[in-house]
Write a protein that binds this ligand. Structure first.
Ligand code: HEC
Length: 477
């Protein structure tokens, strides 16, 4: 009975209300009618009456903290009487008792099956259809367990970081290890992370990579650091740590660490709050965790950075109140810096970074704690920049790229974010800065860790093990 949930070959679906777009928050009321009669079986009924608010694949029910109970009886009650004050319509007049029961059963089975499906069922074809175009996946590298970041070399090679601590150059589908990376704390979410070329790489051969750096004296502690080095035939040389986020922390998660050059000589570095939201993201005094930083290419601090510390000294801080930013990209159409970050349970976000601004974590959030308790009842507040988009449930976004060039005309100008959790590539269409619609591409491909536009005009996607690969997306007629 899996087929009713995940139609083979239908690797793409329009996301409905699992995510909410700014200025269009919450659920839109559906006219359930008073004389409507239900059509056919539970799958059709679900698709017609429920999917619009709860997601085609029951997204809203996966990992749900059931408010009104999760037994068959509880679900039947919710469906029958609804929760009108909370936006859940009553369907007593729509369905018979039998239809209501079948629908409730269908949802409960679906949730169970979905969990299995998430890990087992891989696409059987390398052709993926979207609403507007079809692409074929061409693997350009395999066997890199957790490919965290990609950087495109002028000789058409690709530098790929492996979270475990290795750096590779991929060329003609072969990979070669590059020696000279430092020791990394490859535990939890840590390891060798993002990578970027200096804008003048062709002349200076400088590369930058971020990693989880062990504390020199205390093994328990680690932090997000950035190293600059020269890439030569024999590997890396002239290694220099140009950025270290303070304080070091004992946790092994929320390192953030995407690297983006802004075309004006600055390097942006995203840093997560290391799981300590009380201490870090809102503290702008000698605290660099839960922030986006802007530094010069040698690690020095630009004199016109927006945030000063208590003593009046300009800091590396560019924004604060960020949780775990794992996607960062310049919008080539506006020059603005875009970001995606992990929320708690629910509340992942896409943001536009404005210098000196507060992005709210943990004062505002669309998410809740993993144990179901409340972090904050505020989703917006004075002085805090609201997200452009938030996802409930969390998709676990990583990597970010704007679609440019001429190869993907229907997607041009849209922004891509990888989904670790639901294992697809998210496409968010834009009208100016407003996200108007989303599509799920490459469904069930695996955990998408990074996405980039290559200099050859193709989209490249990095997927984690067990089906680890770097894919190039080739449009097909
Ligand atoms: C207009 C949007 C909308 C539609 C359509 C809708 N729901 Fe809901 N539903 C909601 C909202 C919002 C809630 C959360 C209510 C709350 O938090 O108390 C909800 C809650 C529920 C719950 C209870 C969840 C819990 O946490 O206890 C169930 C079960 C449910 N819906 C099933 C359905 C089914 C089945 C359908 C289709 C027949 C459906 N809903 C159609 C918006 C909708």
């Amino acid at each position: 009975m899996k087929s009713y949930l995940f139609l083979p070959g239908a690797f793409l679906a329009v996301v409905t209300t699992v995510c909410s777009i700014k200025q269009n928050k919450g659920y839109t009321a559906t006219d359930t009618g008073s004389t409507t009669t239900a059509i056919a079986g539970p799958a059709e009924n679900y698709a017609t009456y429920c999917a619009g608010c709860h997601g085609e694949k029951m997204n809203a029910f996966v990992d749900r903290d059931w408010k009104h109970g999760s037994t068959l009886k509880d679900l039947m009650k919710s469906i029958k009487t609804g929760w009108p004050d909370d936006g859940m319509p009553a369907f007593a007049k729509t369905f018979s008792d039998k239809e209501t029961e079948e629908l409730a059963e269908y949802i409960l089975t679906g949730i169970k099956e979905r969990k299995e499906y998430d890990f087992n069922d891989r696409p059987t074809s390398d052709i993926f259809k979207s609403e507007s175009m079809t692409v074929k996946l061409e693997p350009v590298a395999t066997g890199i367990d957790v490919p965290w970041g990609m950087a495109f070399l002028p000789d058409r090679g690709i530098l790929v970081t492996e979270r475990g601590g290795k750096l590779y150059k991929v060329f003609n589908k072969q990979k070669q290890e590059i020696k000279g990376v430092p020791a990394v704390v490859a535990e939890g979410q840590g390891g060798l992370l993002d990578i970027a070329l200096h804008p003048d790489f062709a002349n200076n051969q400088l590369i930058y990579f971020s990693y989880s750096k062990p504390h020199p004296d205390n093994k328990r502690l680690a932090t997000t650091a950035v190293m600059r080095a020269k890439l030569g035939r024999g590997g890396l040389s002239e290694q220099q740590i140009i950025f270290e986020a303070l304080p070091y922390a004992p946790t092994r998660h929320h390192y953030g660490s995407r690297l983006v050059f802004d075309g004006k000589g600055h390097l942006f570095v995203s840093v997560g709050e290391r799981g300590n939201e009380k201490e870090n993201p809102q503290n702008t005094n000698n605290n660099q965790l839960g922030k986006i930083h802007r530094i010069n290419d040698d690690g020095s601090i630009p004199a016109d950075n927006p945030i000063k510390d208590k003593s009046g000294k300009v800091t590396s801080l560019y924004t604060y109140g960020n949780r775990n930013p794992q996607g960062l990209a310049l919008n080539p159409f506006t020059g603005e810096l875009w970001e995606n970050e992990h929320g708690p349970r629910g509340g992942d976000e896409i943001n536009i970074m404005q210098p000196g601004k507060n992005y709210g974590w943990p004062l505002t959030s669309y998410g809740i704690n993993y144990d179901g308790t409340t972090i904050t009842d505020k989703t917006t507040a004075q002085g805090i920049i609201d997200p452009q988009l938030y996802w409930i449930p969390s998709i676990g976004p990583s990597g970010m790229a704007f679609v440019t060039g001429h190869k993907y005309k229907p997607w041009k100008g849209a922004v891509l974010s990888g989904s670790l959790r639901f294992q697809y590539l998210n496409l968010s269409y834009l009208d100016g800065n407003k996200i108007t619609k989303e599509e799920k591409l490459l469904k069930n491909i695996g955990r998408v860790r990074d996405v980039r536009m290559g200099p050859d005009g193709y989209i490249y996607v990095a997927v984690e093990k067990p089906a680890a690969a770097i894919y190039k997306l080739i449009p097909v007629e």
